[in-house]
Design a protein around this ligand. Structure first.
Ligand SMILES: *Cc1c(COP(=O)(O)O)cnc(C)c1O
Length: 726
C-alpha cells in the first residue's frame, strides 16, 4: 500500500519546522533530532562537524521536499518536531513549582565562555563546558534564565602538532549564517545595536542569539564596519591577545551585556557572574542606579542585592588583575559616572584591604558586589574561604561568607548514542514514557535502576563496554591516520593495528594546564613499561588536550607524551589525539575503562570530565581533589592517595606518582582482569553499577541548577552553606 503524498502546505510545515529545529541547540541533547540531519547527508553531517544548519544549507530545497515524501523519514521528522514543540511549550516544569517568579524576572548568567556543541567552538575548556551544561539544565527545569557571552568569530584555536611535536594554533573563522545562531533584532526586525565606551571610544556591538531549548544565550559581537579595526577584532578570540584585549573584552561582556539586556527589555532579578571575567557588570548596575538618582551608598547596596558570584579556581593566574594605569585608560568615565576618584575605583578591586597600590582584581570586585558567593566543590569552598579571609578581614576561614555548590554535567546531553539507546530502552521497559527520557534520564530515580540485574545484566553491560571501547579505538585510528603526515597506502594497515580492543584503556584528556600534571604517570616509566609488556593483561593509554597558546610548559608536556608514544617501549600502547574538544571528549569518556585525573591537590576546584564517564561505565581513577573527594565512596571507582596532601610540591609529585602506580597495579589491573568462565569481570561491573547509582544523578547540572535556585536564585537568596548549614 502506498502512502498518500504530502501536500504543499504539509511539506512547508515540515521544512519550516526543520529550519527552526536546526536553530535550537535542543538537538544537541536530543539524539533522535540529530539522526534526521545525519540521514539527510551522512557525509555532510560528518564533514560539517555535526552542524544541522550547515547540513540544511548543503541540501537543496528540491532534495529536502523530495526526501520528505519518504513516509518513514517524514514520520520521524513529524514525531521529532512534535516532541520539540512539546518541550518548548511544557508548562508543568520543576521551576513552575519551585521558582515561578523567575519567569518574569530571570537570572542573567554571564560567562566569558559557553560550550554547547562542537560546531560552535566558543569555549576554552571546563569553565565553558560547565556554563553550557548549566544552561541546558536551566532549560530542562523550565527556569527563567538568560545567558550572556561574546561571539568569538575565530573561536578557540584548533590544535595541530608540528613535526617536532610542538603544538600549533590555527584559527578558523566562524560564519554566523552557517551556525545555529539568530541575529538579535527588535520588534521591527532591525538589528539591535548598542554602545559601550572603552578607552574613551564608543564601541558599537550587535548580538547573536543561541537558542538552548527554552533559554536564550546572547553573544556580543563588535565586528561592525563603524568600529575601528582593532575594536572590530576585539571579539575575535576566546581569551585572545594580551591584558589590554582582556580588559576590553571584559568591559564589553560586563557593561555591554547589561546594556543589551536593557535594550531587550529583560529585567533580571539576579545577575550571576560565572567567574570574575564578568564582574564589570556591577559597575554598570551602579551607574544605572546613580543615574536614576540613588546615592552611591544606596546604589552599592542595591547592586550587591542583585548579584551572585561563582569562583572557579584557586590557581592565582586564573584571577584577572589589571594595573592602575590600564584601568585608568580602559575604564575612562567609570569613576566620573559613579562620582568617585580613580583611587576609589581601584579600591573596589583591591584584594588586600588596607594596602594600596595593588592591581585591580576582578574577583575582589565580584566579591564586593555579591549578596552570595560560592566555590564549586566542598573542598574548593574551604580553600576559597582560606584564600579570601584577608579580603574579608577575618582570621578564621570559617567566618568567610563563601559557600559551595559542587559542579555537575548535563547527563543526557553527554551520553553517547549507543549508550543512550541502551539506557532509554531500560527506561521504557521499566514503565517510562519514551518522550520523557530527555528529562527523566537526569534523575536519581532512573539511575537507581542500574543496580538491578533484572533491568540490565552484567553480560549486557559488558557487551556495551566492548562496543564503546571499540568505537573509541576506531575513532582514534581514523584521527591518527588523518593527522599522520607521512600518509600512504601502508598506513591504513599500520593504523588499523594500532590500539587493542581487549586492553584496559586508560584515558586522560583535559586542558594541559601544568597543575593537572598530564605526564605524571610516566614518572614511573620503567614500571609502566613493565605493565605494558605483560601481554596477558594488556593496558593502553589515550591522551588528548590543548595547552594555552602562551603556556610553553604545557606544550612541553604534550611534546613529551607524543615523543613517548613514538619512540619508547610504549609505542602502540600510548597515543595522543589532536584537537581536543567536546566531540573528542565524548568519544574518550565513553570508550575508556578508566579516567585518570592527577591534579596537584587542591588546585582542581571541581573537574567535570570525570563525571561524564559515569553514565558510560568508565570508572574514575583520581586524586581526592575537587568533586571526586566527595564522590568517591570506596566502591564506585578508585582513589589515588589519601584525603590530604604534602605541602611541598616536589614531595607531592613523588608521593602522588608512587600512589598512582600502586593503585593501578594492586587494584585497577587485577580487578579489570578478574574474569569468570565466560570472560565477564563481575566485580568490575559491580563497580560500574555502583558508580551509576551513586554518582550519575548527583553530579548532574539537573541537581546543581536546583541547588543554585534554592540557595541563591530565589529573591534575596544568600545561603552560604557552611555558615547556615543549608
Ligand atoms: C568537560 C570538558 C572539560 C573539563 O575537563 P576537566 O577534566 O574537568 O578539566 C574540558 N574540555 C572539554 C572540551 C570538556 O568537554
Amino acid at each position: 500500500m502506498s502512502a498518500k503524498p504530502l501536500t504543499g502546505p504539509e511539506l512547508k510545515e515540515l521544512t519550516d519546522g526543520l529550519n527552526r529545529l536546526a536553530r535550537n541547540l535542543w538537538w544537541s541533547w536530543y539524539q533522535e533530532a540529530q539522526d534526521i540531519f545525519q540521514t539527510l547527508s551522512p557525509r555532510g553531517w560528518q564533514n560539517l562537524y555535526h552542524n544541522p544548519v550547515a547540513v540544511l544549507h548543503e541540501v537543496s530545497d528540491y532534495e529536502l521536499r523530495a526526501r520528505l515524501q519518504d513516509p518513514e523519514f517524514a514520520a520521524h521528522v513529524r514525531k521529532t518536531l512534535n516532541e520539540f514543540n512539546n518541550y518548548l511549550n511544557e508548562k508543568n516544569t520543576w521551576a513552575s513549582h519551585h521558582a515561578p517568579e523567575l519567569a518574569q524576572n530571570p537570572v542573567a548568567y554571564f560567562s566569558a565562555e559557553f560550550a554547547f556543541h562542537e560546531c560552535l567552538p566558543i569555549a576554552a575548556g571546563g569553565l565553558g563546558a560547565l556554563a553550557g551544561d548549566h544552561t541546558k539544565s536551566a532549560s530542562d527545569l523550565g527556569l527563567g534564565f538568560v545567558g550572556i557571552s561574546l561571539f568569538y568569530r575565530e573561536g578557540y584555536f584548533q590544535q595541530s602538532i608540528s613535526p617536532d611535536n610542538w603544538q600549533q594554533e590555527n584559527y578558523v573563522p566562524l560564519v554566523p549564517r552557517n551556525l545555529p545562531l539568530d541575529p538579535v533584532v527588535d520588534a521591527r526586525g532591525e538589528q539591535i545595536v548598542c554602545t559601550v565606551r572603552i578607552f574613551g571610544q564608543p564601541i558599537r556591538f550587535h548580538a547573536w542569539r543561541a537558542n538552548i531549548g527554552r533559554v536564550p544565550v546572547y553573544l556580543l559581537d563588535t565586528n561592525r564596519p563603524e568600529n575601528e579595526g582593532q575594536y572590530r577584532d576585539l571579539t575575535n578570540r576566546v581569551y585572545g591577545g594580551d591584558t589590554t584585549t582582556r580588559i576590553m573584552q571584559e568591559i564589553l561582556l560586563g557593561v555591554g551585556g547589561v546594556r543589551l539586556l536593557r535594550a531587550l527589555s529583560i529585567q533580571p532579578s539576579t545577575f550571576h557572574m560565572n567567574e570574575g571575567h564578568a564582574a564589570f557588570l556591577t559597575l554598570e548596575l551602579l551607574r544605572e542606579k546613580m543615574a536614576a538618582g540613588k546615592s552611591y551608598a544606596d546604589a552599592a547596596e542595591a547592586t550587591k542585592q542583585e548579584c551572585i558570584f561563582t569562583t572557579h579556581t584557586p590557581v592565582e593566574a586564573g584571577h584577572d588583575r589589571f594595573s592602575s594605569d590600564l584601568m585608568r585608560l580602559a575604564a575612562g568615565k567609570f569613576p566620573a559616572n559613579l562620582g568617585i576618584t580613580h583611587q576609589q575605583l581601584m579600591e573596589l578591586g583591591n584584594e588586600h584591604p588596607g594596602k594600596t597600590d595593588g592591581p585591580f582584581c576582578m574577583t575582589a570586585l565580584a566579591l564586593n558586589f555579591s549578596r552570595a558567593a560560592n566555590g564549586v566543590s566542598a573542598l574548593h569552598g574551604e580553600v576559597s574561604r582560606d584564600m579570601w579571609k584577608g579580603f574579608y578581614g577575618k582570621t578564621k576561614a570559617e567566618e568567610v561568607p563563601i559557600g559551595s555548590i559542587t559542579n555537575g554535567i548535563h547527563l543526557v546531553g553527554w551520553i553517547k548514542g549507543p549508550m543512550r539507546r541502551f539506557l532509554k530502552q531500560r527506561y521504557v521497559q521499566t514503565g517510562g514514557d519514551p518522550s520523557k527520557f530527555i528529562i527523566d534520564g537526569n534523575t536519581p530515580e532512573f539511575w537507581q535502576k542500574m543496580a538491578d540485574p533484572s533491568v540490565t545484566s552484567d553480560e549486557e553491560l559488558w557487551a556495551m563496554r566492548y562496543k564503546l571501547r571499540r568505537e573509541l579505538i576506531e575513532f582514534a585510528r581514523r584521527r591518527l591516520l588523518i593527522h599522520n603526515r607521512s600518509f600512504n597506502q601502508a598506513s591504513y594497515i599500520a593504523f588499523d593495528a594500532l590500539l587493542n580492543p581487549d586492553a584496559l584503556t586508560i584515558g586522560f584528556a583535559r586542558r594541559f594546564a601544568t597543575y593537572k600534571r598530564a605526564p605524571l604517570i610516566f614518572d614511573q616509566f620503567e614500571n609502566i613499561a613493565k605493565l605494558v609488556r605483560d601481554t596477558s593483561r594488556p593496558i593502553q593509554f589515550i591522551f588528548a588536550g590543548k595547552a594555552h597558546p602562551r603556556d610553553d610548559e604545557g606544550k612541553r608536556f604534550i611534546q613529551k607524551i607524543i615523543h613517548l608514544s613514538n619512540f619508547s617501549e610504549l609505542k602502540g600502547h600510548l597515543v595522543f589525539l589532536e584537537n581536543y574538544d567536546i566531540h573528542v571528549c565524548r568519544q574518550m569518556v565513553s570508550g575508556c575503562d578508566i579516567w585518570l585525573n592527577n591534579p596537584r591537590r587542591p588546585l582542581e576546584a571541581s573537574g567535570t570530565s570525570g563525571m561524564k564517564t559515569t553514565p558510560h561505565g568508565c570508572l574514575n581513577f583520581s586524586i581526592l581533589d575537587g568533586w571526586w573527594r566527595e564522590g568517591y565512596d570506596g566502591t564506585n571507582g578508585f582513589a589515588i592517595g589519601p584525603d590530604s596532601h604534602p605541602n611541598d610540591v616536589v614531595e607531592q609529585d613523588r608521593v602522588d606518582s608512587a600512589n598512582l602506580f600502586h593503585v593501578l597495579t594492586e587494584e585497577v589491573v587485577p580487578s579489570f582482569f578478574n574474569r569468570d568462565a565466560n570472560g565477564v569481570p563481575r566485580q568490575w561491573i559491580g563497580r560500574i553499577r555502583r558508580a551509576m547509582v551513586t554518582l550519575a544523578a548527583k553530579y548532574s547540572t539537573w541537581r546543581m541548577v536546583q541547588e543554585y535556585t534554592e540557595k541563591y536564585y530565589h529573591k534575596g537568596g544568600t545561603s552560604h552553606g557552611t555558615l547556615t548549614g543549608v
